[in-house]
Design a binder for this molecule. Structure first.
Ligand code: SAH
Length: 376
């Protein structure tokens, strides 16, 4: 009698996603890719293939949690527009608008100021054709224009907003080995993506003596976006609000993460199926912007939204709501503002043109400097 082959009971190997196929082909042809290239290919396939937001998807973002988030951003924009002296034409540029919910809530909010609404034109920077379609469904009455990159948006006075855009952009990773710092790459072995080592690398002097296995991250792509935003504001005037999860102080640590249906998944396991992101290094972003524009914050999202008046707004909505709705409003408020939810990990970075008349709401003088002990 023959023993059953235990391997025959294993599930068949999972089919590779199109992103994985592309990566495998690339690795076979030219050797391991950088973490940045892995992330770029994984993320572009991911957003091109699905609407990942909300309870049914892989993650939920602040504008999808509650309309109050977009209302606060809308109020900030109206306030900034008034401080500029109510200019007749301003481009409102959103980077990575997802489903278009934030832009829809912003436009609804500013409609209460008809001059402001009339002055704003809507410009959406979105790489995913599927998400452009979703955005069109929500925003068509505001006649948006779409672009692949910020560089393509025509010059002119502008307000730029981005929520959870920078975290989706590729990062490079560097790892300390017994032979010094090396860039981290990704290879494909035994049917799996694995971390490998690429060439030697330079890291900031303060990390040269970090212990072995330490990881240092940069995001060339995010810093290029920061430089583009800052140059635009310097040349044309205006302001920007960048909201994301990340840290105020540069440090050591591996923040590459993948999410699938609201659960963490191994970072390299399912490129194109899982949402892949990394913490935003706000210190590095602010360093790129500072020579060109005024930098405000970063301030914790909870503080920013509270200063803008999200609590009275929740109360006003609650007054008109039934008990169930009121509980949902209160839960959404806690999620957006509470330090144990999004209130602390998420930060808001503000930029204004140098010499601008805008004193941006929601920021205070000490924000950029108060870094907690853990660098968050
Ligand atoms: N701001 C939205 C969506 C965040 S997800 C929200 O808060 O819900 C990231 C968004 O950025 C998606 O719309 C994604 O398609 C877009 N995106 C990611 N990388 C991009 C790139 N390199 N160029 C343009 N859009 C990009």
């Amino acid at each position: 009698m023959r023993e059953a082959n235990p391997l025959s009971n294993l599930p068949p190997p999972e089919a590779l996603t199109p992103a994985a196929e592309k990566l495998v082909a690339r690795i076979k042809e030219a050797g391991p890719v950088s973490v940045a290239e892995f992330m770029q290919i994984a993320a572009s396939h991911y957003y091109a293939a699905r609407d990942a937001f909300g309870v049914e998807g892989d993650f939920i973002t602040a504008p999808e949690i509650s309309q109050m988030f977009g209302e606060m951003i809308g109020a900030w924009l109206v306030d900034s527009w008034m401080q500029l002296g109510k200019p007749a034409a301003v481009k409102l540029i959103e980077l990575g608008p997802g489903r278009g919910t934030l832009a829809a809530d912003v436009m609804r909010t500013i409609s209460a100021w008809p001059d402001c609404k009339a002055a704003f034109s809507l410009h959406l920077v979105e790489a995913s054709p599927l998400l452009r379609q979703k955005q069109a469904e929500l925003l068509i009455r505001h006649a948006p224009t779409w672009y692949e990159t910020l560089v393509e948006v025509p010059e002119g006075l502008c307000f730029i907003i981005a929520n959870e855009f920078l975290d989706a952009l590729p990062i490079e990773q560097f790892i300390k080995t017994s032979q010094g710092w090396r860039e981290r790459g990704v290879g494909f072995e035994d049917g799996k993506f694995v971390f490998t080592l690429l060439g030697s690398a330079n890291v900031p002097a303060e990390f040269l003596d970090a212990p072995e296995s330490s990881i240092f991250e940069t995001s060339t792509a995010s810093l290029a976006v920061m430089a583009e935003i800052s140059n635009r504001l310097a040349q044309n005037g205006g302001a920007a609000l960048l909201i994301d999860y990340g840290h105020k102080k540069r440090g050591i640590g591996d923040t590459l993460q993948s999410l699938h249906k609201h659960q963490f998944s191994p970072a390299l396991a399912h490129p194109g199926r899982d949402d892949i992101t990394a913490h935003v290094d706000f210190a590095a972003c602010a360093d790129v912007a500072a020579p060109l524009v005024n930098v405000h914050g970063p301030v914790k999202q909870g503080e920013f939204l509270s200063r803008l008046g999200i609590v009275p707004r929740a109360e006003a909505l609650g007054e008109k709501a039934d008990d169930d709705q009121r509980r949902l409003i209160e839960a959404a408020l806690r999620r957006l503002v509470s330090p144990s939810a999004m209130g602390r990990l998420f930060k808001v970075l503000g930029l204004t043109a140098k010499g601008s008349s805008i004193k941006p709401a929601g920021f205070s003088k000490g924000d950029g400097h108060e870094v907690s002990d853990d660098g968050s």
